[in-house]
Design a protein around this ligand. Sequence first.
Ligand SMILES: Cc1ncc(COP(=O)(O)O)c(C=O)c1O
Length: 369
Amino acid sequence: MNISMMNLKAQYAKVKTDILRNLKEILSEQKLILGKYCSLLESTIAGYVGVPYAISCANGTDALILSLMALGLQEGDEVITTPYTFFSTASSIALVGAKPVFVDIERDNMNIDPGLIEGAITAKTKAIVVVHLFGKLCDMERICSIGKKHGLPVVEDMAQSLGSRVNGRMSGSFGDVAALSFYPTKNLGGIGEGGMVFTTRKDLGEKLTKLRVHGMGNTQYFHEMIGINSRLDEIKACALVVKFPYLDLWNRKRVENARYYNKKLNGLPMTLPIIEDDTSHIFHQYVVRVKERNHLQNFLKDKGIQTGIYYPVPLHLQHCFTYLEYRKGDFPVTEEACLTSLALPVYPELKRVEKTYIVDAIREFFHSA
Ligand SMILES: Cc1ncc(COP(=O)(O)O)c(C=O)c1O
């Protein structure tokens, strides 16, 4: 049996007819950028997240860059974030000229440890960027109260967490600003790159709308600020509009799959993700931690099962961040996670027989070891 980390073709089969109909319409109308589908997507997802402003853009990395630009970050500023995340959480900070300041993660949920944030605040700190990693919401109540206490805006990197919520409150609605990715493998994935920024703040909402089009206001070629070109194409927006109504169902199926794994893998010498409830983790990735990670990965590969390593190198030890002068050992929980974490296929279309096959293969690995 061959099982990959995603089955985008199975997902596409469900939505193909509607997407093709929209594409045909767009191509015949030739309104190609920031048109009615972008507007519809923005208003739909703003309503879903529960914020007044949603600004679509070219990708999730730009969504982060735009968020930081809107907050006015610049050279010499420090931004506190996690070293255990995808690269662009920190590269976006560096790209606006600021300095990423890392603090370690919590062992249980692999998100930034709120207990370590205050210790990293200096006079130069200008923002806190948190990541709802693998789809698990951070402790936003605690993080936002730290931000409030120190007058620091909080940015949510929600690239992996659209739809995760606590007491009905959605990821993306807690911080000053939030950045989403529509990369094809995300829980709501597009037919190309795409991103969106959310905010509850009118000042930021208005600024973001300008920043994504070169800083232009309503009058063309009059630039109120220096922005970037980060618009969303209609062909991408129209596909996301078709896929969006399935998001909650797809997320529920991911949680079901995660519950299945937790039940069947319980008792094996590996750390399983904690599932507190049905909504605060939407399992963009189902990540276990296991000492013999590389052996297990090869064993599963030989059985036709693809797995993923998120992330093999912590950001503080990435070559490009040498100038930050971090050392091995600075963030032990993150470093251990990078050595031991293994993501299993958890996508919504995963069949029962495939899940059973994966669980049996993992059991076989430990029993034959
Ligand atoms: C946590 C996180 N932040 C940011 C991004 C960047 O998104 P994009 O690939 O759309 O630029 C991603 C996606 O890969 C991500 O997983």
